[in-house]
Design a protein around this ligand. Structure first.
Ligand code: CUK
Ligand code: CUA
Length: 619
């Protein structure tokens, strides 16, 4: 079969198959043709491979080729899928407490949630994975909170949220993305225009409301600077060369109602010249607002009038939503909900153009409600058509040749079910997309699944895009809980998750098998204890009503997948403990009685016996 196409040394020993990328390349090489009998997609001599010859089914016990990180919208979480199976592998709570992962129940994570605003939910839209040299480096994923103006970082060694910053001066942080090639900044794109600062001034003067983009240092999660602009902003994407960052935005009218926001014919894509902004910050040309240097990037600001404007305002058709940069870094492609065209912006000419609108080099007519665009690395773009419920595949260079509002660049359309928002192709946000899989994140599923009441799941559809001859093929429907907006798809070999914890990675003190102890001082009790199958370090812990109790608990197992937890009934506590992990939780023992502290993961045949008594004596 085609799976045998590679030479022995090219094989991935884990799965006894050729690494996907090499397989795709091998497919194009004449020498490989004989072993790919029946593979018509290859006869065109292009880079494509037929659907029959790729793995679509992931058999029991097999692993997927890709990780897909999908945002969970207003659940506040990230979901991890495997591709192409579309199996949900894990959920990563970000902005909301989640008991199965003990997230928000131990001191470290509850303090992180408290210090970033003490909300119990967020609206996570755009998961973006860090890159080095325009390729995924597997370190972090970042995701925005549109509800509360925050940005979070997920550590991909542990697949857990390790930092959240409450972005000053932003009420809704909508777009999230990295400045490439090396993730120098993570940008939070502010959507809701508010008085600046939003401290009670200008309440009824919406013309004075503004929004900002925020440049966040990915290591420290510190907001380094912001840029204030006209209009609001929506989605963003970074150029590949470290200079430009692009953001769409509707409401160039500076209005507050829907009808006013739709009164003009155009809105803007804003192109931020990052080195020019850095120079302005360096030169002290900013106002400090809520502790952050804020550079004025409005159209008639002094900084925007010099020879090197900090922000270029490019006129695009009304209400643009998505913007993404092509893998070669040549174009930024934006499209709007209300106009059937996409706008192709030539990034290289942007620096020299007197009028930034001169950098618009294509405006293909794609269909109704174009929202977001992804890439296959073979010169094609794929755009969701929200109103038409389709994905349209089109040719980027043809769009540049064809001129205004031409449909010539359109290659093919496929129906999706229904009303797609984002779509994402494998590694589309890098310089080297894999060109095989695409997920369409459809807002409505209507009749596609068994009905489950008035609230329907969404439908994430897997589409094969690797065969340019046969065209796009719908492979799978996947119901998903509200509400994925965007995703990043990363080759499995670029992420290296830990199998067990490294105690050196966190501050909590590791409590070994002989280290259990209880110390008491001034109404404070500190219990340090280990956990292992099937016991905790103490069979009972006695405290006095009113004591402030800190439990430091280590899972001393060193075998992977042996999970424990420490759950305390009637105390709202459930901390999870992966192998070699330590967590702390602090609470006040304010109700006398006996409480069975137990392990909530079914860890062994004596899991139910894995418990310990918390005895709270009356004061
Ligand atoms: S997204 Cu945030 S409204 Cu189209 Cu990037 Cu869904
Ligand atoms: Cu440990 Cu159940």
């Amino acid at each position: 079969s085609a799976i045998d196409a590679g030479s022995g040394s090219d094989r991935d020993p884990l799965f006894d198959r050729v690494p996907r990328r090499d397989f795709m390349k091998a497919g194009a090489a004449a020498g490989a043709m004989s072993s790919l009998a029946g593979c018509t997609g290859l006869l065109g001599g292009d880079d494509s491979v037929s659907l029959e010859d790729v793995k679509t089914e992931v058999k029991p016990g097999e692993h997927d080729d890709y990780y897909a990180f999908l945002s969970g919208g207003h659940t506040g979480e990230i979901r991890v899928y495997g591709l192409p199976s579309m199996r949900q592998l894990m959920r990563i709570p970000v902005f909301q407490p989640e008991s199965a992962r003990g997230y928000g129940y131990d001191d470290r994570t509850s303090e992180m949630l408290e210090e970033s605003g003490d909300y119990t939910w967020g609206d996570a839209h755009h998961p973006r994975v860090s890159q080095t040299d325009n390729d995924y480096d597997g370190r972090w994923a970042f995701v925005n909170d549109k509800a509360n103006g925050r940005m979070a970082r997920i550590n991909l060694k542990y697949f857990e949220t390790d930092a959240i910053v409450d972005v000053p001066n932003q009420q809704g942080t909508h777009g999230a993305c990295c400045l490439l090639p090396d993730t120098k900044y993570v940008f939070g794109v502010g959507e809701f225009r508010v008085p600046m600062p939003n401290d009670g001034q200008d309440l009824t003067d919406p013309e004075n409301y503004t929004s900002t983009i925020a440049a966040i240092n990915p290591e420290t999660m510190n907001v380094e600077w912001e840029v204030l602009v006209d209009g609001n902003m929506d989605n963003g994407d970074g150029g590949k060369e470290g200079r430009w960052f692009f953001a769409t935005g509707y409401n160039s009218e500076h209005a507050t109602t829907e009808s006013e926001m739709s009164s003009t014919d155009t809105d803007w894509v804003k192109a931020f010249d990052v080195p020019a902004i850095e120079e302005a910050v360096e030169a002290g040309e900013y106002d400090e607002i809520n502790g952050v240097p804020v550079v004025d990037g409005t159209r008639d600001s002094a900084l925007n009038e010099g020879d090197r404007p900090v922000v270029r305002y490019i006129d695009v058709s009304k209400s643009p939503h998505g913007v993404s940069v092509t893998p070669d870094g040549q174009y930024a492609i934006a499209s709007g909900k209300l106009d059937p065209t996409a706008t192709v912006i030539d990034i290289e000419t942007l620096a020299e153009a007197d009028d930034p609108n001169e950098s618009i080099v294509g405006r293909p007519r794609l269909g109704m409600g174009p929202l977001h665009t992804a890439y296959d690395g073979r010169g094609h773009a794929y755009t969701t058509l929200f109103i038409d419920s389709q994905v349209v595949k089109w040719d980027i260079e043809k769009a540049v040749e064809a001129g205004e509002k031409s449909t010539d660049p359109v290659i093919e359309k496929i129906d999706v079910h229904y009303n797609p928002g984002h779509l994402i192709a494998a590694e589309s946000y890098t310089a080297d997309p894999q060109g095989d899989w695409l997920i369409s994140l459809n807002k409505l599923s209507k009749d596609r699944f068994l009905p489950v009441g008035p609230m329907h799941p969404e439908n994430d559809q897997l589409i094969y895009i690797g065969d340019d001859e046969e065209g796009m093929s719908l492979v799978k429907d996947t119901p998903s809980y509200a509400e994925p907006h965007d995703a990043s798809v990363v080759s499995a070999d670029k992420i290296d998750p830990a199998k067990i914890y490294d105690p050196d990675d966190y501050d909590e003190e590791f409590v070994g098998g002989d280290d259990s102890e209880i110390t008491r001082e001034d109404g404070r009790v500190h219990v340090k204890m280990y956990s292992m199958r099937n016991e905790f370090g103490f069979e009972e812990v006695t405290v006095t009503e009113g004591d402030e109790v800190t439990l430091t608990v280590t899972n001393i197992e060193d075998r992977s997948d042996i999970l424990h937890s420490l759950a305390i009934p009637e105390h709202n506590i459930n901390i999870k403990l992966a192998p070699q992990e330590t967590r702390e939780v602090t609470f006040t023992a304010d109700e006398p009685g006996v409480y069975w502290m137990y392990c909530a993961f079914f860890c062994s045949a004596l899991h139910l016996e894995m418990r310990s008594r918390l005895i709270v004596e009356p004061a």
